[in-house]
Design a protein around this ligand. Structure first.
Ligand SMILES: Nc1ncnc2c1ncn2[C@@H]1O[C@H](COP(=O)(O)OP(=O)(O)OP(=O)(O)O)[C@@H](O)[C@H]1O
Length: 870
């Protein structure tokens, strides 16, 4: 049924027409000094922002229409809350001066803010990028592009699903755009954790993408960016620009280049490694990430670059050595380091600042900060020039303090301008004659009013005569009733109050007009000059972006130098051979999180391709197996990102891929990892290994029955050892001491264990990795530590011993269990009419020991303990 629009006010008709153009978006509709929302939008807005919801008039279904609004100056604050709540927000502004029109004011959407397309400081996290991604499912490859409009970064790549998935995991875009028809596929391949938006398929064509990209960059071909061969990637990049256009972001001068993400340059970290090593984020809220430990940067752009260096460590020796050399140089000269830091700390977020110039959303205070940043860049350039270091000389050459524009900003902006242009007093005196003249009238005029007051008081003999202002009739003279007889005849009475009368005079009116007119004109002139200034600054976007990048690099290197000094890291020897030799290695995060007084126990790890390719590490739970695995990978990663490492010494033969798999039961809490998934994932490692890979396998195979688990773990170790071409270095932590047998037949597999000491029946963790396997498993020790009743522990030890004896005598586990069950003393433990004990007995009877994993056994013990406590 067609909507009856006759009852709608012209304002609501305008609202509905605009609303229809932005389906799925929450519309903030500017009415006077307020942003209003209506209907469903109002309900959502009031809930998210906690503001009042009112009802008025008639809505589309005859009921009252919901309304919720807030003052326009609170936009920044409220907008961030709406976007963070996952809303797409269309901002509809008044496009003409309401005073200048007699009919309804023209309105239009000036910006559509979505989670992936945001630049406001309130919405963004300073230390991480905010990427919008587009994914294009092509026949041969999947294309992906990432853009951050708050920094101007624009990246493109293409590859198979696994590679694109890895990129999405690493870059963590806040919004992903893809083809409408590929929804199912997207979720299947990349999961349902991303905030997504779908576009019609027509936007995903190579011709359209090439056209939109070449037009944006004002080039005839994309060859110059080295991306022209990435057919699918280009489509994704085109979609990014198309989407920015759709969301009314057309001032994109700061997206000044597009670059290819080169797969061959960086260490391949599979997504489990990024997650499992807790590099930049963690599923556990309380966990501290490697990023948090390493982040000693002084600028937000430095922090963002560090983030990238962590997830994209290098695999070529030369650039790694360059970074390490630079860190060593800075460590040696601490006064130079301090000097650099003192300036870098003042530079602020230059990268986002200059992006705002591109978006034409930069405020006066920010332009003032730009001026300050350029001043400090000049200082950094001078220090770098004098430092006599090849890297710093190159840096000094490239840094550009942009003197012309800095001087212009210095000259034209007030010393301490307000954050918002609209507040006025932004442009300095002496820049524009008309502005100076009007300012004299506006501000000098007020002095003149005081003079009038004094003069008239003297002439009329009214000592209490006052000049004041109100919105109704402007400037007036106020006379108390006592003196009203003295008022001259030509004064015009305007208002009578209880105790006084108010008058206006022609002279007052004339001045009033001049003052008010001047203030309005001043604003116009300031806006004009400011916009010109912003436009002139925008010609320097590329240079300033380069400055920001160079400062970010220096910032991260300074951060590495500070870390090395503070945390006693050493310079790793990174080599082209295939040996990994870590002496006295530490886990950079755990060592910082130990209780006061406890010291981190260091460990040596040696792996190579010829003698010790695979290490099987056994040891009880909590002994420190995972820590050794992870610290080894973290030390390699840190070395290859150019950072010194937590060790006494480290020689790192370049690693090109790091894989991590953690047994299913470690992920039990997240409920996502089943044994099947674990096996699938492990299979993907086996298909991708290389001669320079590092593999961490932590309790692989424990998601199934003991026998299955051992068999699979065994087969994996064998496969990695016998692989015809690749000899991936592998650390294999396991509870299954049976795997120690492997070393007897496989020459490059070695057994190690994390040592413990048993003192009067207690386990003391020594946390030292020592050669040799373990004699037995340690589950019962853990049960004891967890506080299980001694009787139960004794019984568990008895059963274990029996099972072990039977097994060496060649009996099957099944027979053996039966025997244990039949033994009379089992029931003697319990007085059988006790309901608690009956419950425990039933729980035990219902167990199928054949399919019980060690962790499940522990959980059962825990259950029994709880029954007893109840
Ligand atoms: N070398 C060390 N020095 C000091 N404390 C350590 C060390 N290694 C580990 N720890 C401490 O022991 C805890 C357990 O270590 P980790 O998780 O590595 O044990 P695990 O043997 O892998 O246990 P599980 O088999 O249960 O996974 C760590 O969280 C840490 O607090």
């Amino acid at each position: 049924m067609a909507k009856d629009t006759t009852k709608e006010t012209p304002l609501m008709q305008q609202y509905n027409a605009i609303k229809a153009k932005y389906p799925g978006a929450l519309l903030l509709f500017r009415v006077g000094d307020f942003y209003e929302t209506f209907g469903e939008d109002a309900i959502k807005t009031s809930q998210i922002l906690g503001i009042v919801l009112t009802r008025r008039g008639t809505g589309p279904n005859g009921g009252a229409l919901e309304l919720a609004g807030f003052p326009h100056h609170s936009l920044d604050n409220y907008l961030s809350k709406l976007v963070r709540a996952g809303q797409r927000v269309a901002i509809c502004d008044q496009l003409e001066d309401p005073k200048a029109t007699k009919t309804i004011v023209k309105r239009g959407v000036t910006e559509l803010v979505t989670p992936g397309v945001a630049y406001s400081d309130n919405i963004l996290n300073q230390k991480s990028n905010n990427y919008l991604a587009a994914v294009y499912f092509d026949k041969g490859a999947i294309g992906v592009a990432f853009a951050d409009i708050s920094t101007g970064e624009f990246l493109v790549a293409q590859g198979d699903a696994e590679y694109i998935d890895k990129l999405l995991q690493g870059f963590k875009p806040t919004e992903v755009v893809f083809q409408k028809t590929r929804r199912k596929e997207f979720i299947e391949v990349f999961g349902d954790k991303f905030y997504t938006y779908h576009l019609d398929d027509w936007a995903f064509t190579n011709d359209y993408a090439t056209e939109i990209l070449t037009k944006h960059f004002e080039v005839t071909s994309l060859k110059g960016f080295g991306v022209d061969k990435l057919q699918s990637g280009i489509v994704a990049a085109g979609v990014v620009l198309h989407y920015l256009n759709e969301t009314e972001h057309r001032n994109l001068k700061h997206i000044s280049a597009i670059s290819r993400l080169e797969q061959d340059k960086y260490v391949w970290l599979d997504r489990f490694t990024i997650r499992n090593l807790e590099l930049v984020s963690s599923a556990n809220e309380n966990a501290v990430t490697l990023f948090e430990i390493l982040d000693q940067t002084s600028t937000p752009m430095g922090a963002r670059l560090l983030h990238k260096w962590i997830i994209m460590p290098l695999k070529e020796l030369k650039p790694i050595e360059e970074r390490l050399g630079m860190v060593a140089f800075l460590i040696k000269d601490e006064s130079l380091l301090e000097e650099f830091l003192s300036h870098i700390k003042q530079i602020g977020d230059l990268e986002r600042l200059i992006s705002k110039v591109g978006l034409q959303k930069v405020g006066p205070r920010e332009l003032c900060q730009l001026k300050k940043a350029l001043y400090h860049i000049e200082a950094v350039k001078k220090i770098a020039e004098a430092a006599n270091n090849p890297f710093l000389s190159v840096l000094a050459d490239q840094l550009n303090p942009c003197l012309t524009i800095r001087e212009k900003l210095e000259r034209e902006l007030q010393q301490d301008p307000p954050a918002l242009l609209i507040k006025g007093n932004v442009i300095a005196d002496g820049i524009d004659e008309e502005l100076d003249r009007l300012r004299k009238i506006a501000f000098g005029g007020k002095d003149y009013l005081v003079e009038i007051q004094k003069r008239e008081a003297a002439i009329t003999g009214i000592p209490s005569l006052k000049v004041a202002f109100n919105n109704i009739f402007g400037y007036y003279l106020e006379v108390t009733h006592t003196h009203k007889d003295k008022v001259p005849a030509d004064w015009i009475r305007k208002q009578t109050l209880v105790s006084a009368e108010r008058y206006i005079t022609p002279e007052l009116k004339e001045y009033e007009e001049q003052i008010l007119g001047a203030e309005e004109k001043i604003q116009h002139i300031e806006v004009r000059i400011y916009n010109e200034l912003m436009y002139q600054v925008s010609a320097y976007i590329k240079q300033i972006q380069l400055n920001a990048f160079l400062i970010a690099q220096l910032d991260v290197l300074l951060c590495f130098a500070q870390l090395a000094i503070k945390n006693h890291y050493v310079r790793p020897q990174v080599t082209k051979d295939k040996t990994l030799d870590i002496k006295g290695g530490r886990h950079p995060v755990i060592e910082k999180r130990l209780p006061i007084g406890e010291e981190y126990i260091t460990n040596d790890v040696f792996l190579d391709n010829d003698t010790q390719q695979i290490i099987i590490i056994t040891g009880p739970n909590m002994s420190g197996k995972s820590a050794i695995l992870r610290q080894t990978a973290l030390i390699v990663l840190m070395a290859q990102m150019g950072c010194f490492v937590p060790a006494k010494a480290a020689s790192i033969g370049l690693i090109d891929k790091i894989f991590t798999r953690v047994g299913a039961s470690d992920n039990l809490s997240s409920g996502e990892s089943t044994f099947m998934v674990e096996m699938n994932e492990t299979a993907s490692i086996l298909n991708n290994i290389s001669d320079r890979s590092l593999i961490l396998l932590d309790e692989i195979g424990r998601g199934t029955s003991t026998y299955d688990g051992i068999s699979i773990a065994w087969a994996i170790a064998e496969f990695l050892h016998q692989h015809p071409t690749a000899k991936p270095k592998t650390l294999f932590a396991t509870h299954y001491h049976e795997l120690n047998e492997l070393a007897n037949t496989m020459s490059r597999i070695r057994n190690f264990n994390v040592s413990i000491k048993e003192v009067s029946n207690k386990v003391i963790f020594l946390r030292k990795l020592i050669p040799g396997g373990s004699e037995h498993s340690f589950g019962i020790h853990v049960a004891k530590m967890a506080g299980m009743p001694p009787k139960l522990i004794n019984r568990a030890n008895e059963i274990l011993k029996k099972l072990e004896i039977d097994r060496t005598e060649g009996q099957s586990i099944k027979d053996s269990i039966k025997k244990v069950q039949n033994q009379a003393y089992q029931l003697q433990m319990f007085a059988i009419d006790d309901p608690v004990l009956i419950k425990i007995r039933d729980t035990l009877n219902n167990l199928d020991v054949n399919i019980l994993t060690p962790v499940e056994a522990l959980l059962k013990l825990d259950e029994i303990q709880r029954i007893i406590k109840q």
